[in-house]
Design a protein around this ligand. Sequence first.
Ligand code: SF4
Length: 296
Amino acid sequence: MSADPRQLAEYLRFLRELGVEDTAISSDIAARLVAANNSPAATPPAPEPASPSAKAAAAARRAPAQPAPAPRPAQISMPGNDSFPIALADASGPGRADGADPAEQLRQIRADLGDCTRCKLHAQGRRQIVFGVGNPRARLVFVGEGPGADEDAQGIPFVGRAGRLLTDMIEKGMGLRRDDVYICNVVKCRPPNNRTPENDETAACSPFLRRQLAAIRPEMVCALGAVAAQNLLGRRGPIGGFRGTVHRLELEGFTTRLVVTYHPAYLLRDPSQKKETWKDLQIVMRELGLPLPARS
Ligand code: SF4
């Protein structure tokens, strides 16, 4: 398997930033870095000895002194390789036996939303409605608070700095593809000056979020920040009171699981909380049966 040393190094740096240190993955990556740097592409081969006896002697020197290591329990590779990130979508999620087409359902919900004027955010400078993006059959959905300036400009959730961090969390941290999850927000229009959405705004918009989730029927929902957590769980409280628990999320027609973590925008302001976020993401990974970095 090919390995790009720069990709591996970046992956290792990101894991360390999340607090994943001294792990089997780290050891594996370090070994790959060494292997990549010693590969034929990186190191020109030594000239072959001229005589048959010299060739035999050289072959003996190249023979491994140690027995081959046992295969690792989980294959780890980097984005861009066939085996990584892990394909998460299109597995038989809990709702897929009903024969419904979630992509069509999402199109219908978007059509029902229309050029929405149901709350005052429609008249407070929004450029467009930011509905959601990702795989309609995703096993995992991330729910944020509301669009920011970049999202408002592009019509896609989580595409600014916080969005890039979320993408790193998904791809470098969890080993998934962003395209395989679904990402949306509680409110679909940008609050002015990125203020927190107000109660009447979340109340007007959240039925559409719940319909989105009911259409996708993910196995897990990850609420990013207190606004998303409070809205989905229907109760107030600080984010610390929601974290560290797998909640039941009741939606029309089905029940799923929900984990709460910090919003990426908060992590940009306080990077020390990335380690805590990594703990939350590991809960999600465990619940979904995804391979976790093992302590060495
Ligand atoms: S935030 Fe939601 S409810 Fe309010 S105007 Fe936008 S789409 Fe409509």
